[in-house]
Design a protein around this ligand. Structure first.
Ligand code: GLC
Length: 479
């Protein structure tokens, strides 16, 4: 009996230890470079960024890259008449290079709209998984500046550079999205074998020279981006299956199926990046550790604050890439996402996919305009804020200003116009007595009571409806 209980205790401790280690391996690592920590601190205050997925695929209005991936998933389906055979499809897909001519390209127009909406940083797909480069790389001819691409004759054909310059001029932080996997490279999908899935199609351990060439190619391309494109703040690396085998998390389904070690030498890439771009934030997505300086929940909002820097990337339409007639989220929905995310201490990176002509759907401009109108009044509760308990209650979300004793309470409306009850209870118990309470955008004295369980604010009848407020009413509470 004694033996049994000893055994159980022992087993229990081992299991606990395993669980802890597991947690540890999953946990965030604070970068030891001071400049990186400083930049992360600045980035966290920006709250709202613009993401853009743009490539030759935009001409077909199909999913970015994935239709050439030989996996049978909902998002990898091939389209239309070219879809009959895999090889025929890929050939036609790669030929999209020869018709890509986005003559309406005018990044200043994007900057203006994004700036008005209150966006403060941009992340752009310099290269997606299909390997087509939206920058003037010297490593391949599969690029927008190749003479095969009609747009190459345009003086602004190096679109990544043009986009970065235009946004930087308006003080946006600059982020380069770069796909580690490259489905065009003969050293990733070696033509000797057919591609099998999203992964490298040969065993790097068996063909180390070929893998080395791929590593060099990747390094050289990132070096080009880190040296020839002005100040870059974020290196946003996608394609988390390109990773050392030791980092695979077997609790994550898609990671379990990674067949090979695909170590791309992140220490070397990050060191080079930071030599050229001091303080560079590296986002090696899903590869928990030194090179994932913030995490990137995709199309979701964590339901509570996280203990490390994070950013939800979310599409404004349904798709990352341009799809004609895509259904765009309403301004209410976007503002509500932003408020929820910021109340939990995160950033929102909102994606818009430029079309084949080089411009956005007019609906995207309309949304940014409405968001901007709201931000003009309420942005002070968004930027430079942190989360504060109880974070949210019902449709009320809180943020706390970085400077001074101010808390903001966002009362979200489920439609355009905001209606308010006769009294609102804010269960903010950690802040002491409120000294002043006001409603942003409205010049009207408010009455409130400081109670043991927080604050009760009375809303005068004339402010309950027809108050002229849209999407969310924001109370500023100074204490
Ligand atoms: C998804 C898509 C990928 C896209 C990414 C952006 O993983 O599959 O194509 O680039 O989201 O976060």
């Amino acid at each position: 009996m004694k033996k049994l209980s000893l055994f159980i205790t022992l087993l229990f401790s081992v299991l606990t230890l395993m669980a802890q280690q597991h947690q540890m391996s999953k946990s965030y690592i604070v970068p030891d470079d001071t400049l990186v920590r400083e930049k992360l601190g600045q980035w966290k205050n920006l709250k709202f960024g613009l993401f853009m997925h743009w490539g030759t695929y935009s001409q077909w209005g199909v999913v970015e890259s994935w239709s050439i991936c030989p996996e049978d998933e909902g998002w990898t389906q091939r389209r239309g008449p070219y879809g009959a055979t895999y090889n025929g499809y890929v050939k036609t897909y790669e030929n999209l290079q020869t018709t890509f001519n986005p003559t309406q390209f005018n990044p200043e127009k994007w900057v203006k709209a994004a700036k008005y909406a209150g966006m403060k940083y941009v992340v752009f797909t310099t290269k997606h998984h299909d390997g087509f480069c939206m920058f003037d790389t010297k490593q391949t001819d599969y690029k927008i500046t190749s003479s095969k691409t009609p747009f190459s004759s345009n003086p602004r054909s190096n679109v990544a550079k043009e986009i970065f310059n235009a946004f930087r001029k308006e003080n946006f932080m600059i982020g380069a999205y770069f796909s580690k996997p490259d489905w065009h490279s003969e050293n990733y999908w070696w033509p000797y074998f057919p591609p099998k899935d999203r992964n490298v199609n040969y065993d790097p351990a068996k063909y180390p020279e070929r893998w080395q060439k791929f590593k060099d190619y990747t390094y050289n391309q990132i070096q080009e981006l880190m040296t020839g494109y002005g100040k870059v703040d974020i290196l946003w690396l996608d394609g988390g299956w390109v990773r050392p085998k030791s980092t695979i998390d077997n609790d994550v389904d898609w990671q379990k199926s990674i067949p090979y070690d695909q170590d791309i030498d992140m220490p070397k890439i990050a060191a080079m990046g930071r030599t050229n771009q001091p303080g560079l934030i590296v986002v090696d997505r899903t590869v928990t550790g030194q090179y994932e300086n913030y995490t990137t929940p995709e199309q979701t909002v964590p339901d509570k604050p996280l203990d490390h820097p994070w950013e939800s990337c979310i599409t404004m339409g349904n798709s990352w890439s341009y799809v004609p007639g895509d259904h765009y989220k309403s301004a209410d929905q976007i503002i509500s996402l932003l408020v929820k995310i910021v109340s939990r201490g995160g950033n929102l990176l909102m994606n818009i996919g430029p079309g084949p002509d080089g411009d956005w759907d007019p609906v995207a401009y309309d949304r940014l305009k409405q968001i901007g109108n709201w931000m003009q009044i309420n942005g002070e509760g968004i930027y430079n804020s942190t989360s504060i308990a109880p974070y949210s209650e019902g449709n009320i979300y809180y943020t706390k200003s970085d400077k001074g004793n101010t808390v903001y309470a966002f009362v979200l409306a489920d439609k355009d116009a905001v209606t308010l009850p006769g009294q609102l209870q804010f269960h903010l118990t950690g802040i002491g007595k409120a000294k002043k309470v006001s409603l942003l955008g409205i010049n009207h004295k408010l009455k409130w009571n400081n109670g043991a369980d927080g604050l009760a604010v009375n809303i005068p009848t004339e402010l309950q409806t027809k108050n002229g407020l849209s999407q969310a009413a924001v109370f500023k509470i100074q204490y």
